[in-house]
Design a protein around this ligand. Structure first.
Ligand code: ADE
Ligand code: ZN
Length: 329
Protein backbone atom coordinates (compact mmCIF):
# COMPACT_ATOMS: atom_id res chain seq x y z
CA UNK A 1 0.00 0.00 0.00
CA UNK A 2 1.19 3.52 -0.74
CA UNK A 3 1.06 5.17 2.67
CA UNK A 4 1.02 8.60 1.05
CA UNK A 5 -2.43 8.04 -0.33
CA UNK A 6 -4.08 7.83 3.08
CA UNK A 7 -4.08 10.52 5.70
CA UNK A 8 -5.14 11.69 9.13
CA UNK A 9 -6.43 15.26 9.47
CA UNK A 10 -6.43 16.50 13.06
CA UNK A 11 -7.08 20.16 12.28
CA UNK A 12 -10.06 20.67 10.01
CA UNK A 13 -12.66 23.41 10.46
CA UNK A 14 -16.19 22.67 9.31
CA UNK A 15 -16.84 26.22 8.08
CA UNK A 16 -13.53 26.21 6.22
CA UNK A 17 -14.43 23.00 4.41
CA UNK A 18 -17.61 24.16 2.65
CA UNK A 19 -16.84 23.88 -1.06
CA UNK A 20 -18.92 25.47 -3.84
CA UNK A 21 -20.59 22.10 -4.38
CA UNK A 22 -21.44 21.65 -0.71
CA UNK A 23 -22.61 25.27 -0.39
CA UNK A 24 -25.00 24.77 -3.29
CA UNK A 25 -26.35 21.56 -1.79
CA UNK A 26 -26.88 23.17 1.61
CA UNK A 27 -28.58 26.19 0.02
CA UNK A 28 -30.93 24.12 -2.10
CA UNK A 29 -31.78 21.81 0.80
CA UNK A 30 -32.83 24.76 2.96
CA UNK A 31 -34.33 26.99 0.25
CA UNK A 32 -31.63 29.61 0.73
CA UNK A 33 -30.78 31.97 -2.13
CA UNK A 34 -27.02 32.23 -2.41
CA UNK A 35 -25.62 35.77 -2.61
CA UNK A 36 -23.67 35.02 -5.82
CA UNK A 37 -24.74 35.29 -9.47
CA UNK A 38 -22.75 32.22 -10.61
CA UNK A 39 -20.31 29.52 -9.47
CA UNK A 40 -17.33 31.76 -10.23
CA UNK A 41 -18.56 34.44 -7.88
CA UNK A 42 -19.51 31.87 -5.25
CA UNK A 43 -16.05 30.36 -5.54
CA UNK A 44 -14.47 33.78 -4.98
CA UNK A 45 -16.65 34.33 -1.93
CA UNK A 46 -15.53 30.95 -0.59
CA UNK A 47 -11.83 31.61 -1.15
CA UNK A 48 -9.10 33.34 0.79
CA UNK A 49 -8.77 36.82 -0.80
CA UNK A 50 -5.64 37.12 -2.96
CA UNK A 51 -4.56 40.14 -0.93
CA UNK A 52 -5.11 38.37 2.42
CA UNK A 53 -2.75 40.20 4.79
CA UNK A 54 -3.37 38.39 8.06
CA UNK A 55 -5.47 35.90 9.98
CA UNK A 56 -7.99 38.72 10.52
CA UNK A 57 -8.61 38.97 6.73
CA UNK A 58 -8.65 35.19 6.44
CA UNK A 59 -11.40 34.94 9.05
CA UNK A 60 -13.68 37.17 6.97
CA UNK A 61 -14.34 34.17 4.67
CA UNK A 62 -16.47 32.31 7.17
CA UNK A 63 -19.66 34.40 7.24
CA UNK A 64 -21.10 32.79 4.10
CA UNK A 65 -20.46 29.13 5.01
CA UNK A 66 -21.72 29.75 8.54
CA UNK A 67 -24.94 31.28 7.14
CA UNK A 68 -25.69 27.92 5.49
CA UNK A 69 -25.44 26.00 8.79
CA UNK A 70 -28.01 27.74 10.99
CA UNK A 71 -30.54 24.90 11.06
CA UNK A 72 -30.22 21.34 12.35
CA UNK A 73 -30.67 20.04 8.83
CA UNK A 74 -28.05 22.37 7.37
CA UNK A 75 -25.48 21.58 10.05
CA UNK A 76 -26.08 17.82 9.99
CA UNK A 77 -25.76 17.66 6.21
CA UNK A 78 -22.70 19.91 6.22
CA UNK A 79 -20.89 17.58 8.64
CA UNK A 80 -21.82 14.54 6.59
CA UNK A 81 -20.82 16.10 3.26
CA UNK A 82 -17.53 17.52 4.55
CA UNK A 83 -16.52 14.21 6.15
CA UNK A 84 -17.40 12.27 3.00
CA UNK A 85 -15.45 14.80 0.91
CA UNK A 86 -12.40 14.23 3.12
CA UNK A 87 -12.84 10.46 2.72
CA UNK A 88 -12.85 10.84 -1.06
CA UNK A 89 -9.52 12.68 -0.77
CA UNK A 90 -7.80 9.83 1.04
CA UNK A 91 -8.45 10.88 4.63
CA UNK A 92 -9.05 7.83 6.85
CA UNK A 93 -9.58 9.64 10.15
CA UNK A 94 -10.54 13.27 10.75
CA UNK A 95 -11.17 15.43 13.76
CA UNK A 96 -13.69 17.98 12.55
CA UNK A 97 -13.97 21.15 14.60
CA UNK A 98 -16.70 23.75 14.75
CA UNK A 99 -17.95 26.41 17.15
CA UNK A 100 -21.52 25.67 18.30
CA UNK A 101 -21.95 29.36 19.23
CA UNK A 102 -21.61 30.30 15.53
CA UNK A 103 -24.70 28.23 14.68
CA UNK A 104 -27.32 29.91 16.85
CA UNK A 105 -28.41 32.78 14.55
CA UNK A 106 -31.44 30.86 13.31
CA UNK A 107 -32.65 29.92 16.78
CA UNK A 108 -30.74 26.70 17.43
CA UNK A 109 -29.24 26.39 20.87
CA UNK A 110 -25.60 25.35 21.16
CA UNK A 111 -26.81 21.98 22.40
CA UNK A 112 -29.05 21.51 19.36
CA UNK A 113 -26.07 22.41 17.17
CA UNK A 114 -23.92 19.77 18.89
CA UNK A 115 -26.68 17.18 18.52
CA UNK A 116 -27.09 17.99 14.82
CA UNK A 117 -23.35 17.73 14.19
CA UNK A 118 -23.25 14.40 16.05
CA UNK A 119 -26.07 13.19 13.84
CA UNK A 120 -24.08 14.14 10.75
CA UNK A 121 -21.02 12.37 12.12
CA UNK A 122 -23.05 9.21 12.74
CA UNK A 123 -24.29 9.25 9.16
CA UNK A 124 -21.00 9.78 7.35
CA UNK A 125 -18.67 7.09 6.07
CA UNK A 126 -15.43 8.51 7.42
CA UNK A 127 -14.17 7.59 10.87
CA UNK A 128 -13.79 10.68 12.99
CA UNK A 129 -14.54 12.81 15.98
CA UNK A 130 -15.69 16.34 16.80
CA UNK A 131 -13.77 19.11 18.54
CA UNK A 132 -15.93 21.94 19.88
CA UNK A 133 -14.35 25.36 19.33
CA UNK A 134 -14.64 28.12 21.88
CA UNK A 135 -14.14 31.53 20.27
CA UNK A 136 -11.82 34.41 20.96
CA UNK A 137 -13.84 37.64 21.03
CA UNK A 138 -15.38 40.46 23.00
CA UNK A 139 -18.52 38.82 24.26
CA UNK A 140 -17.73 35.14 24.14
CA UNK A 141 -17.07 34.27 27.80
CA UNK A 142 -20.55 32.93 28.62
CA UNK A 143 -20.90 31.22 25.24
CA UNK A 144 -17.52 29.55 25.71
CA UNK A 145 -18.55 28.26 29.13
CA UNK A 146 -21.67 26.79 27.53
CA UNK A 147 -19.52 25.12 24.85
CA UNK A 148 -17.30 23.66 27.57
CA UNK A 149 -20.32 22.46 29.53
CA UNK A 150 -21.58 20.67 26.41
CA UNK A 151 -18.17 19.15 25.74
CA UNK A 152 -18.21 17.73 29.28
CA UNK A 153 -21.74 16.42 28.82
CA UNK A 154 -21.11 14.76 25.45
CA UNK A 155 -17.46 13.76 25.94
CA UNK A 156 -16.58 10.28 24.65
CA UNK A 157 -13.34 8.45 23.90
CA UNK A 158 -14.37 7.87 20.31
CA UNK A 159 -17.20 8.53 17.84
CA UNK A 160 -18.34 11.92 19.13
CA UNK A 161 -17.11 14.98 21.01
CA UNK A 162 -13.54 14.40 22.15
CA UNK A 163 -12.07 17.82 23.01
CA UNK A 164 -12.42 21.60 22.88
CA UNK A 165 -10.36 24.24 21.09
CA UNK A 166 -9.95 28.01 21.08
CA UNK A 167 -10.27 29.58 17.60
CA UNK A 168 -10.59 33.09 16.18
CA UNK A 169 -8.43 36.20 16.08
CA UNK A 170 -5.41 35.36 18.22
CA UNK A 171 -3.66 38.69 17.67
CA UNK A 172 -6.69 40.64 18.88
CA UNK A 173 -7.72 38.41 21.79
CA UNK A 174 -4.66 36.92 23.50
CA UNK A 175 -4.57 33.39 24.84
CA UNK A 176 -3.83 34.59 28.38
CA UNK A 177 -7.37 36.01 28.60
CA UNK A 178 -8.84 32.49 28.43
CA UNK A 179 -7.09 31.07 31.47
CA UNK A 180 -10.21 30.59 33.59
CA UNK A 181 -11.98 28.74 30.73
CA UNK A 182 -9.17 26.23 30.42
CA UNK A 183 -8.72 25.88 34.19
CA UNK A 184 -12.33 24.77 34.23
CA UNK A 185 -11.80 22.45 31.25
CA UNK A 186 -9.00 20.79 33.23
CA UNK A 187 -11.24 20.48 36.27
CA UNK A 188 -13.92 18.86 34.06
CA UNK A 189 -11.42 16.46 32.47
CA UNK A 190 -12.12 17.81 28.97
CA UNK A 191 -8.98 17.58 26.79
CA UNK A 192 -8.09 20.62 24.73
CA UNK A 193 -6.03 21.98 21.90
CA UNK A 194 -5.54 25.74 21.46
CA UNK A 195 -4.75 27.75 18.31
CA UNK A 196 -1.51 29.41 19.39
CA UNK A 197 1.61 30.82 17.77
CA UNK A 198 -0.30 31.40 14.55
CA UNK A 199 -1.07 35.14 14.63
CA UNK A 200 0.61 35.80 17.97
CA UNK A 201 4.05 34.94 19.28
CA UNK A 202 5.68 32.21 21.32
CA UNK A 203 4.19 33.60 24.54
CA UNK A 204 0.79 32.49 23.31
CA UNK A 205 2.06 28.91 22.96
CA UNK A 206 3.63 29.07 26.41
CA UNK A 207 0.29 30.20 27.89
CA UNK A 208 -1.56 27.37 26.12
CA UNK A 209 0.91 24.81 27.46
CA UNK A 210 0.73 26.25 30.96
CA UNK A 211 -3.07 25.94 30.84
CA UNK A 212 -2.60 22.24 30.03
CA UNK A 213 -3.21 22.01 26.28
CA UNK A 214 -2.67 18.46 25.00
CA UNK A 215 -1.85 19.81 21.53
CA UNK A 216 -1.17 23.18 19.91
CA UNK A 217 -3.01 24.41 16.81
CA UNK A 218 -0.24 25.63 14.46
CA UNK A 219 2.57 26.52 16.94
CA UNK A 220 4.42 28.15 14.04
CA UNK A 221 6.08 30.93 16.04
CA UNK A 222 7.59 28.66 18.68
CA UNK A 223 11.04 29.35 17.13
CA UNK A 224 10.95 32.78 18.80
CA UNK A 225 11.70 31.15 22.16
CA UNK A 226 14.41 28.48 22.28
CA UNK A 227 13.57 27.42 25.83
CA UNK A 228 9.93 26.97 24.92
CA UNK A 229 10.90 24.87 21.91
CA UNK A 230 12.92 22.64 24.23
CA UNK A 231 9.94 22.33 26.57
CA UNK A 232 7.69 21.37 23.64
CA UNK A 233 10.17 18.69 22.58
CA UNK A 234 10.75 17.38 26.12
CA UNK A 235 7.02 17.15 26.83
CA UNK A 236 6.21 15.75 23.39
CA UNK A 237 3.47 18.31 22.77
CA UNK A 238 2.10 17.80 19.24
CA UNK A 239 1.79 20.74 16.84
CA UNK A 240 -1.08 20.72 14.32
CA UNK A 241 0.64 22.58 11.47
CA UNK A 242 -1.18 23.71 8.30
CA UNK A 243 1.29 25.06 5.70
CA UNK A 244 -1.09 26.56 3.12
CA UNK A 245 -3.13 28.28 5.81
CA UNK A 246 0.05 29.51 7.49
CA UNK A 247 1.28 30.91 4.16
CA UNK A 248 -2.03 32.64 3.45
CA UNK A 249 -2.33 34.20 6.91
CA UNK A 250 1.37 35.18 6.90
CA UNK A 251 2.06 33.30 10.11
CA UNK A 252 5.72 33.68 9.10
CA UNK A 253 6.90 36.80 7.28
CA UNK A 254 8.81 34.82 4.70
CA UNK A 255 7.61 31.33 3.78
CA UNK A 256 11.23 30.29 3.14
CA UNK A 257 11.59 30.41 6.90
CA UNK A 258 8.62 28.14 7.53
CA UNK A 259 9.85 26.00 10.43
CA UNK A 260 7.98 22.71 9.93
CA UNK A 261 10.90 20.56 8.75
CA UNK A 262 13.22 22.21 11.26
CA UNK A 263 10.81 21.36 14.07
CA UNK A 264 10.59 17.79 12.79
CA UNK A 265 14.37 17.46 12.70
CA UNK A 266 14.58 18.78 16.25
CA UNK A 267 12.06 16.20 17.45
CA UNK A 268 8.84 18.21 17.77
CA UNK A 269 5.78 15.98 17.34
CA UNK A 270 4.59 17.83 14.23
CA UNK A 271 1.43 16.76 12.41
CA UNK A 272 0.34 17.97 8.96
CA UNK A 273 -3.22 19.20 8.46
CA UNK A 274 -5.42 21.33 6.21
CA UNK A 275 -7.16 23.84 8.57
CA UNK A 276 -9.70 25.21 6.05
CA UNK A 277 -9.30 23.21 2.83
CA UNK A 278 -12.23 24.70 0.87
CA UNK A 279 -11.37 28.32 1.36
CA UNK A 280 -7.62 27.64 1.00
CA UNK A 281 -8.23 25.47 -2.09
CA UNK A 282 -6.14 22.59 -0.80
CA UNK A 283 -6.33 18.94 0.29
CA UNK A 284 -4.17 17.00 2.71
CA UNK A 285 -2.53 15.21 -0.22
CA UNK A 286 -1.61 18.60 -1.67
CA UNK A 287 -0.20 19.73 1.67
CA UNK A 288 2.11 16.70 1.68
CA UNK A 289 3.09 17.37 -1.93
CA UNK A 290 3.75 21.03 -1.18
CA UNK A 291 6.01 20.17 1.75
CA UNK A 292 7.81 17.63 -0.38
CA UNK A 293 8.36 19.93 -3.37
CA UNK A 294 9.15 23.17 -1.61
CA UNK A 295 10.76 21.99 1.61
CA UNK A 296 12.22 18.64 0.56
CA UNK A 297 10.11 16.63 2.99
CA UNK A 298 11.43 13.05 2.81
CA UNK A 299 9.50 9.78 2.77
CA UNK A 300 10.78 9.07 6.26
CA UNK A 301 9.58 12.46 7.48
CA UNK A 302 6.17 11.86 5.89
CA UNK A 303 5.89 8.67 7.92
CA UNK A 304 6.89 10.50 11.08
CA UNK A 305 4.19 13.14 10.44
CA UNK A 306 1.61 10.40 10.02
CA UNK A 307 2.76 8.48 13.08
CA UNK A 308 2.67 11.69 15.13
CA UNK A 309 -0.92 12.23 13.96
CA UNK A 310 -2.01 8.72 14.93
CA UNK A 311 -0.33 9.10 18.33
CA UNK A 312 -1.78 12.58 18.95
CA UNK A 313 -5.37 11.88 17.88
CA UNK A 314 -8.07 12.47 20.48
CA UNK A 315 -9.31 8.90 20.21
CA UNK A 316 -9.07 5.51 21.90
CA UNK A 317 -5.88 3.44 21.96
CA UNK A 318 -7.69 0.85 19.84
CA UNK A 319 -8.42 3.33 17.06
CA UNK A 320 -4.87 4.69 17.22
CA UNK A 321 -3.56 1.13 16.80
CA UNK A 322 -5.90 0.59 13.83
CA UNK A 323 -4.68 3.81 12.20
CA UNK A 324 -1.02 2.89 12.67
CA UNK A 325 -1.67 -0.53 11.19
CA UNK A 326 -3.57 0.81 8.21
CA UNK A 327 -0.84 3.35 7.47
CA UNK A 328 1.94 0.78 7.97
CA UNK A 329 3.53 2.87 10.73
N1 ADE B 1 -10.98 29.46 12.29
C1 ADE B 1 -10.85 28.88 11.09
N2 ADE B 1 -9.56 28.83 10.72
C2 ADE B 1 -8.87 29.39 11.73
C3 ADE B 1 -7.50 29.63 11.96
N3 ADE B 1 -6.57 29.29 11.07
N4 ADE B 1 -7.14 30.25 13.10
C4 ADE B 1 -8.07 30.62 14.00
N5 ADE B 1 -9.37 30.40 13.84
C5 ADE B 1 -9.76 29.80 12.71
ZN1 ZN C 1 -7.57 26.33 12.67
Amino acid sequence: MNTNSEYIDLHLHLDGAITVKIAKKLASLQGITLPAKDDGELNRMLSVPSDCASLNDFLSCFALPDSLMQTEEGLREAVRLVMDDALSQGVIYAELRFAPQLHTNGGMTQEQAVAAALDGLKNCRLKGNLILCCMRGKDTADKNLETLRLAKKYLVKDGGVVAIDLAGAEALYPTKDYKSLFMRAKEYGVPFTIHAGEADGAGSIRDAIEFGASRIGHGVRCYEDGELLKLVIDRGIPFEMCPTSNRQTHAVENMEDYPLTDYLEKGVKVTLNTDDPAIEKTTLEEEFRYMEKVFGLTEEQKKILQKNAADAAFTSDDVKAQLRKRLNL
